[in-house]
Write a protein that binds this ligand. Structure first.
Ligand code: DGL
Length: 300
């Protein structure tokens, strides 16, 4: 008897549910890598664009946003959370892990270790482009101290760059002028390897290459390593059955997000409005305001 092929019943597919968040569109670069590795997963993405940039805020602000976004993704069914933001990973990861001890988290940090491991005689310095928040964090200092040894590493904070990508887009002349300003010291120092230490920066690859002219360094983006780790952990999750989906929420401009997602090959349909995320009430007996600082006007 010949079996007539049936349309695939996707609801029977084992589909882990992975939540991903970033201060905005940058984490789409990680989401794209995750989507390539886990095409059958339910992927949920929250873009916190109205509260970006995180990289120029203090740790209490960033931690508060991370808590709210984690809680939101859990309410949508996430079984694992990928913090697709170097700044948030640097500023909030230990607290998130201790507040949700049962929830697997995967973070992202600048690819210092592979950049230095690849070093060969005659190489120029390693450059690092990242937010001021990431470069000023204890976590980054520890990472550098552990791997840099006596290697020449040039740290280039890029204030305003993630925000320019958010508000103007990655191809805007003002964004590219800012990018050129931050790349110039690394070009002049003849860096042979440059770490992209913010998930917004892989969206600027063409601009970065143009800024280095005829001496384009090797550019390191850890998005795929993060996706590999997340997909390993997703394989250990309790099996759930559901339809593979890609669901995106944003409190920023949906059209820009859709354009960027399309350029990354992500089949994002409608972008849902990320609701205002309320802080959980303080536990009884806790001092007033113990859940972090008052939020900006965006909370109004
Ligand atoms: N995309 C983020 C990062 O990887 C944060 C950018 C920002 O909001 O400053 O650091």
């Amino acid at each position: 008897m010949t079996r007539i092929p049936q349309a695939r019943d996707t609801t029977r597919t084992s589909a882990p549910c992975v939540g991903v968040f970033d201060s905005g569109v940058g984490g789409l670069t990680v989401l794209a890598a995750l989507h390539r590795r886990l095409p059958h997963a339910r992927l949920l993405y929250a873009a916190d664009s109205a509260y970006a940039p995180y990289g120029e805020r203090d740790a209490a602000y960033v931690l508060q946003r991370c808590r709210l976004l984690t809680r939101f993704l859990l309410r949508q069914g996430a079984q694992l959370v990928v913090v697709a933001c170097n700044t948030a990973t640097a500023m909030a990861m230990p607290e998130l892990r201790s507040e949700w001890p049962q929830l697997p988290f995967v973070g992202i940090e600048p690819a210092i270790k592979p950049a230095l491991a690849l070093r060969a005689a005659g190489d120029g310095p390693v450059g690092v482009l990242a937010t001021p928040g990431t470069l000023g964090s204890d976590r980054f200092r520890t990472l550098l101290a552990r791997h840099a040894g006596d290697a020449a590493v040039l740290l280039q904070p890029c204030p305003g760059l993630a925000e320019a990508v958010e508000t103007r887009g990655p191809h805007d002349p003002a964004t590219l002028a800012l990018l050129e300003r931050f790349c110039a010291p690394l070009r002049e120092a003849r860096c042979t390897r440059v770490v992209l230490g913010c998930t917004h920066y892989p969206l600027l690859l063409d601009g970065i290459r143009a800024a280095f002219g005829d001496a384009v360094p090797t550019l390191l983006d850890p998005a795929d390593a993060v996706a590999a780790q997340a997909s390993r952990l997703a394989g250990e999750l309790p099996q759930t059955h559901g339809t593979p989906t890609l669901c995106v929420w944003s409190n920023g401009e949906p059209a820009r997000l859709q354009r960027i997602a399309a350029a990354l090959g992500l089949p994002v349909g409608a972008v849902l409005a990320l609701p205002t995320l309320e802080a959980a009430p303080a536990p009884l007996g806790a001092p007033a305001g113990s859940h972090g600082p008052a939020m900006s006007h965006h909370d109004a």
